[in-house]
Design a protein around this ligand. Structure first.
Ligand code: MUC
Ligand code: MG
Length: 375
């Protein structure tokens, strides 16, 4: 079977509340949907989502790279030959992991659907049916974050939270995170994510207080290039230091694992450049004795289901996942919705990722007409 067409469409989903990160406040999220079809008309779905200023990617550039370069290189190839597809994309254009991931995702969905199995079956099969689900508190204000945490605990949706810090003055940011932890007490664990905003001396002072305040994990305190600083912080503190922006490629993961510049990695399908590469990064972490967190770029239903399928195969997923994108959006483009219950995300049963498109909703949120590459 061969790939007959690859279609891209950019869409923008509004959020139910402003989501404040160190680098941006998100009121709507931009995503690109990729639809790969084979010669018999079977379809697979992939998705890339971009958090502004998190990395170098933009949604427009991802769509252009797919339409202009990657799609023409893949049409006519076997959609189930994943490693060969990745190799063909790598010789066509360097890097551009989000674009490659979105296409590979759609090919995985297509291949698994044709076999009638969940996508996890192509990656060693699931070791769990549900994933502990963390909520990122992006209110930027302790009272609002505490109120939201209470609501989520009452609804049995989340008992893990992550406070986004790094934008305000470090002392007040640290105090806000500690206030949230003091408020939830033993009812929940609380991470922080600094999104690269501190230098080493600020981090050394801040992490000492966060550790005393009962914070469970400190994510990406230093700029991504500062591997030596991350190593010193990991050696110095008992609280686990997690690398996120720092580990994009499999080679980044190896460099970090080799000198133990982090205790944990946040893995994300697009950041890592696809499911195969995410699996490789996870294997490096597992071999090095590091723990893993199933990260998000705020995907909608398709990317969330794809991520859940892959994360369900990872044994060292000690920190659960943060696949809460669909809960932040005011609407959806999928017919099926991810199910959140009893503090866990249910891994969709498939086939493939188990998601299909609500065409009316997609047309409503699409920025433009779909662009289709055919043979
Ligand atoms: C990050 O740094 O982990 C994921 C969820 C969220 O709110 O921000 C991100 C990016
Ligand atoms: Mg992060």
């Amino acid at each position: 079977m061969r790939i007959a067409s690859i279609e891209t469409v950019v869409f923008d989903l509004p959020t139910i509340r402003p989501h404040k990160l160190a680098m941006a406040t998100i009121n709507q999220q931009s995503l690109v949907l990729v639809r790969v079809r084979d010669e018999e008309g079977h379809e697979g779905l992939g998705e890339a989502s971009v958090i502004p200023h998190y990395g170098a990617e933009t949604i427009e550039a991802i769509q252009l790279v797919i339409d202009r370069y990657l799609a023409p290189a893949l049409i006519g190839r076997d959609p189930a030959a994943f490693e060969a597809l990745v190799a063909a994309m790598d010789v066509t254009i360097k890097d551009n992991g989000y674009a490659k991931a979105a296409i590979e995702m759609a090919c995985v969905d297509l291949a698994a659907r044709r076999l009638g199995v969940p996508a996890s079956a192509l990656f060693g099969a699931a070791v769990r049916d549900t994933l502990p689900i963390l909520l990122v508190l992006g209110g930027g204000e302790a009272d609002a974050d505490c109120a939201l945490a209470d609501e989520m605990l009452d609804k049995r949706l989340h008992n893990r939270f992550l406070v986004k810090i790094g934008k305000a003055e470090p002392d007040s940011d640290v105090a806000r995170a500690i206030a949230v932890k003091a408020h939830v007490g033993d009812r929940a664990i609380v991470h922080v994510d600094v999104n690269q905003s501190w230098d080493e001396s600020t981090a050394t002072r801040g992490i000492a207080r966060l550790e005393d305040g009962g914070i469970a994990v400190v994510e990406q305190p230093l700029p991504r290039a500062d591997i030596d600083g991350m190593r010193r912080l990991s050696e110095r503190f008992a609280v686990p230091i997690m690398a996120d922006e720092a580990i994009e490629t499999v080679e980044d993961a190896l460099a970090y694992a080799r000198v133990r510049a982090a205790d944990a990695f946040s893995i994300k399908l697009t950041k890592q450049g696809g499911l195969l590469r995410t699996r490789k990064v996870a294997s490096i972490a597992e071999a090095a004795g590091l723990t893993l967190f199933g990260g998000t770029m705020l995907e909608s239903g398709v990317g969330t289901a794809a991520s859940a399928q892959l994360f369900s195969t990872v044994r060292a997923l000690h920190w659960g996942c943060q696949l809460f994108g669909p809960l932040l959006f005011a609407d959806t483009i999928t017919v099926e919705q991810p199910v959140y219950r009893d503090f866990e995300l249910q891994v969709p049963a498939g086939p493939g990722f188990g998601m299909s498109i609500d065409e009316d909703k997609l047309a409503f949120y699409a920025r433009d007409r779909p662009r289709t590459s055919i043979r």
